[in-house]
Design a binder for this molecule. Structure first.
Ligand code: NAI
Ligand code: MG
Length: 485
């Protein structure tokens, strides 16, 4: 375990201060303590990072690297992440407030798997030969897009960085990664580990800083060919608009207000558990959080009672403690936002069954108790807007048609869950839901091979999976060759 926390901008495999010399503080939301001042990257640092990435794209060392070698570097990086898993997990927990169980056992392990999955893809990217008429050979090449700007949020700092960096590097691109200002530390460490793995200078640069400074400069930079963004719908629209000026390829993974539909014929115990994980895992700071729980009337009262009991067992505590189930909300601003939505729920006439309070651990930290609102109507603010906190809105319904119509009555379309023992009903609902992911009798399942992204205001483009990686991180060249005689 390294004893010092890395806080610099990582460009060309070297640590740099910000050109301005400025820093910003990153704090531990469970204690309010300063973790470290971090270099505050801005336009001048983005220029430097993009320059370095362009050099990497022009250098034979990266451009013409044997794809087997590229695969082995990705695999080596996965090994290094695994070797440093405890350190990375602890760093993530300190910076974000999520439990160590989540950051170490879930996030870091999935990041290792993710780099291995895309290592496996690196030497299998191939074109086609097309049977064209005439004396010609026509074939296609899958080439890298070039320099990819990756902008990630604070809820899954390392995982979402990996979702973008691993496929982008597998396809031979260079990356400038801009982590969220709330949680920059594991991304910086990822840059260092990539250098240690043997990636040439410029292949992965990491510029911590604020969205309207470093982030905006990256999106506007003419030397960047593609932007892969995960964050709020509001900023996603700004990104798309700005990127249009330089015609960058853009993919956006944005917010959600995902419905988790529980029919009367479901295994109710399993559904209570799944709905609990759906909204309380990761403190509810999850883009796919099942924040609208739609429950069929016949089991409604029973479900609300069991679900509230489960919420009350979702205990707050020190995120490093193995018995803690609910960590600290990432920042004070986010805490205020969440508590504001609790007030909105009460004012709109929803029934607060449990939770809804600020809490402290040892007198400190940004904690909110697991919150359950029942008797919510789909028109209320807490059913329409993304809260990004441990706040469940339970909405009653009658029958399949009403369930589908409530589920789809949202601007978002990221994910959805459906719980029933009737396979035909499950498949019909899965077909009719407007969502990029549907989970049947489960929730929050992810795999490097399964594409993830949104319908409607939840964005466009997909992360994960081979096809999504090819779509986002390669471009196709068609070559025509006149064949003699
Ligand atoms: P945000 O969208 O501002 O931040 C996400 C990333 O975008 C960060 O790295 C940020 O620095 C960057 N960014 C911000 N403004 C930018 C700009 N003008 N140009 C380029 N990059 C920019 O999200 P924020 O404000 O931290 O959270 C607000 C709400 O957004 C949350 O309460 C939640 O509802 C939603 N959200 C959704 C996420 C998701 O995974 N879908 C992730 C984070 C937030
Ligand atoms: Mg922001």
């Amino acid at each position: 375990m390294s004893t010092e926390i890395s806080t610099c901008i990582w460009i060309h495999n070297e640590a740099h201060d910000a050109a301005s010399g400025d820093t910003f503080d990153t704090t531990n939301p469970a204690t309010g303590d300063l973790i470290a001042p971090v270099a505050r990257g801005a336009a001048a640092d983005i220029d430097r990072a993009v320059d370095s990435a362009r050099q990497a794209m022009a250098s034979p060392a990266w451009r013409h690297m044997n794809p087997h070698k590229r695969a082995s570097l990705l695999w080596r990086l996965a090994d290094l992440i695994k070797e440093n898993a405890d350190e990375l997990g602890a760093l993530e927990t300190q910076d974000n407030g999520k439990t160590f169980f989540e950051s170490r056992k879930v996030d870091v392990n999935s990041v290792v798997a993710n780099f291995r999955y895309f290592a496996g893809m690196a030497d299998k990217i191939q074109g086609e030969t097309i049977p064209v008429p005439g004396p010609f050979l026509n074939y296609t090449l899958r080439e890298p897009v070039g320099v990819v700007g990756a902008i990630v949020p604070w809820n899954y700092p390392l995982s979402l960085a990996a979702w973008k960096v691993a496929p982008a590097l597998a396809c031979g691109n260079a990356v400038v990664l801009k982590p969220a200002e709330q949680t920059p530390l594991t991304a910086i460490r990822l840059g260092e580990l990539a250098a240690e793995a043997g990636f040439p200078p410029g292949v992965l640069n990491v510029v911590p800083g604020f969205g309207d400074e470093a982030g905006a400069a990256l999106v506007a930079h003419p030397g960047v060919d593609a932007i892969s963004f995960t964050g709020s719908t509001e900023v996603g629209k700004i990104v798309a608009r700005t990127a249009a000026d330089t015609l960058k390829k853009v993919s956006l993974e944005l917010g959600g207000k995902s419905p988790n539909i529980i029919f009367a014929d479901a295994d109710v115990r399993a559904a209570v558990r799944g709905a609990g994980t759906g909204i309380f895992y990761g403190k509810g700071e999850v883009c796919a959080a099942g924040s609208r729980i739609l429950v069929e009337r016949a089991i409604y009262d029973d479900f609300v009672e069991q679900f509230a009991a489960r919420a009350e067992k979702t205990t707050i505590g020190d995120p490093m403690d193995g018995t803690t189930r609910l960590g600290a909300i990432v920042s004070e601003a986010q805490l205020e936002r969440v508590l504001g939505y609790v007030e909105a729920g009460k004012n709109d006439g929803a029934r607060l069954v449990t939770g809804g309070e600020r809490a402290f651990v040892d007198g400190k930290g940004n904690f909110v108790t697991a919150t359950v609102f029942a008797d919510v109507s789909n028109e209320m603010t807490i059913a329409r807007e993304e809260i990004f906190g441990p706040v469940a809105a339970i909405i009653p319904f009658e029958g399949v048609d009403e369930a589908i119509s409530i589920a789809n009555a949202t601007e978002y379309g990221l994910a959805a869950g459906v719980w029933t023992r009737d396979a035909g009903k499950a498949l019909r609902v899965a077909r009719d839901l407007q969502a990029g992911t549907v989970w049947v009798n489960t929730y929050n399942q992810y795999d490097s091979g399964s594409p993830f992204g949104g319908y409607k205001a939840s964005g466009y483009g997909r992360d994960l999976g081979v096809q999504a990686a090819l779509d986002k991180y390669t471009q196709v060249k068609s070559v025509w060759v006149a064949v003699d005689g």
